[in-house]
Write a protein that binds this ligand. Structure first.
Ligand code: CP3
Length: 367
């Protein structure tokens, strides 16, 4: 397998340096599973594997605000590598946040500890929308630098790049912060459909640009987090969100890197999220993987889906529940499963339980 075919650049472009770097991870269990090829063992990684569950994370982040830390390449490298060293997971996920590209285009956003992203001036009118300018590659030199250093250091371990999907980003921008009911967001979606369409279209372009920056610098897969899209009914998703999410997937299709699509509470949306354009569909813990496989249709890999809260139970229970996930994944025919939690690692989780879980999945699936 040549290095250029390992990560083909879009037609008409010369393969980037990132493409050559990705070659080292091409045959990793994670990328093979994403392509539904035979694997030596079921690959494992955890959403939010970097972060507050790790004492070594708390130590290096001390006194540094979250968004500042995302702009410090050496620190980003260290934090991204911490869970790989500790848990022996099969992939690294780039340490950053879904709101970093919004900050890069000049939106006044902060991440408040224990709360989440807070937007100083929410976007609610046509005039507000003008503040959301396109993201240019030069806006994020710190991302290119951090990804480059990481890929060098990771060698055969793949690096997953990521971004927030248009709906989830729009929710933060319109509400001004985290929301359970997304009422202002939905009010715009239903009441001002043209403004809404323009907003998610601009966000699609920003998101696509953010993913391209990470891929060009060497990321070998990308995940689109539409964490809060489970708040929508399928018809509303199809009409008001799917075109923007599809635009993102189409924009990065030519790179040939696996595209993962994930949201929480998306049982009813799985067929549409699959159609929106993803190579791998992430599933939360509410839908067994054999059922999810039917909903997403043929030709897709699945990622998931142990209930994160199970990690608080005794080891034998964790192993029984992990075995159930592996059993349900057998419906995929022996490959095309990436083991993960149904949502992210929680700050109060015992990191040793996560390390044991990785070893258990590897041993239980060794071929
Ligand atoms: O290992 C990893 O996954 C690290 C990279 C990562 C972070 N955020 C770091 C982070 C990723 C992939 C994200 C994505 C993200 N950010 C999502 C989608 C994933 C999901 O969980 O559904 C969302 C919705 C956000 C927005 C956001 N940023 C929230 C809700 C929070 C938590 C706020 C809190 O304090 O509880 C953040 C902050 C954040 N992003 C932290 C980390 C490690 C915690 C802040 C800290 O450590 O100081």
């Amino acid at each position: 397998m040549s290095e250029t075919s390992a990560a083909a650049a879009p037609s008409g472009q010369t393969p980037s340096e990132g493409g050559a770097r990705r070659g080292a991870a091409y045959d990793s269990a994670f990328l093979r599973a994403a392509r539904r090829e035979p694997v030596p063992h079921t690959p494992v990684w955890f959403m939010r594997q970097a972060g507050r569950s790790l004492p070594e994370y708390l130590k290096v982040r001390e006194g540094i605000p979250m968004l500042d830390s995302c702009m410090m390449p050496e620190l980003v490298k260290e934090i991204t590598l911490q869970p790989v060293r500790r848990h022996k997971v099969d992939a690294a996920i780039f340490f950053s946040d879904i709101v970093v590209p919004l900050k890069a285009v000049g939106i006044d956003v902060d991440i408040k500890p224990g709360i989440g992203p807070v937007i100083a001036d929410p976007i609610r009118t046509v005039e507000d929308l003008q503040r959301l300018r396109p993201l240019e590659p030069d806006d994020m030199p710190y991302i290119t630098e951090a990804v480059g250093m990481l890929v060098e250091e990771l060698g055969a371990t793949p690096l997953i790049g990521f971004a927030g999907a248009p709906f989830t980003l729009a929710s933060y921008l319109v509400e001004g912060g985290p929301s359970k009911s997304h009422e202002k967001t939905k009010a715009m979606m239903y009441g001002q459909p043209e403004l809404w369409a323009a907003l998610v279209d601009r966000l699609a372009d920003i998101t696509a640009a953010f993913l391209k920056i990470q891929i060009e610098a060497g990321a070998s897969a990308v995940q689109l987090f539409d964490s809060w899209v489970g708040a929508l009914a399928p018809d509303d998703y199809r009409r008001s969100v799917m075109p923007a999410s599809s635009k993102v997937f189409d924009a990065v299709a030519g790179y040939g890197v696996p595209r993962i699509h994930f949201g929480v509470g998306t049982g009813e949306l799985l067929p549409l999220m699959s159609q929106a354009g993803a190579d791998v569909v992430g599933v939360d813990w509410r839908v067994p993987l054999n059922v999810a496989a039917e909903r997403v249709g043929p030709g897709k890999a699945l990622q998931g889906n142990l209930d994160p809260a199970v990690l608080y139970a005794p080891t034998h229970v964790v192993e029984t529940k992990a075995r159930e996930v592996l059993h349900a994944a057998q419906s995929l025919g022996g490959s095309g499963h990436i083991f993960n939690l149904g949502h992210g690692v929680m700050p109060s989780m015992d990191p040793d339980a996560l390390t044991r879980l990785v070893a258990f999945v590897h041993e239980a699936t060794e071929r």
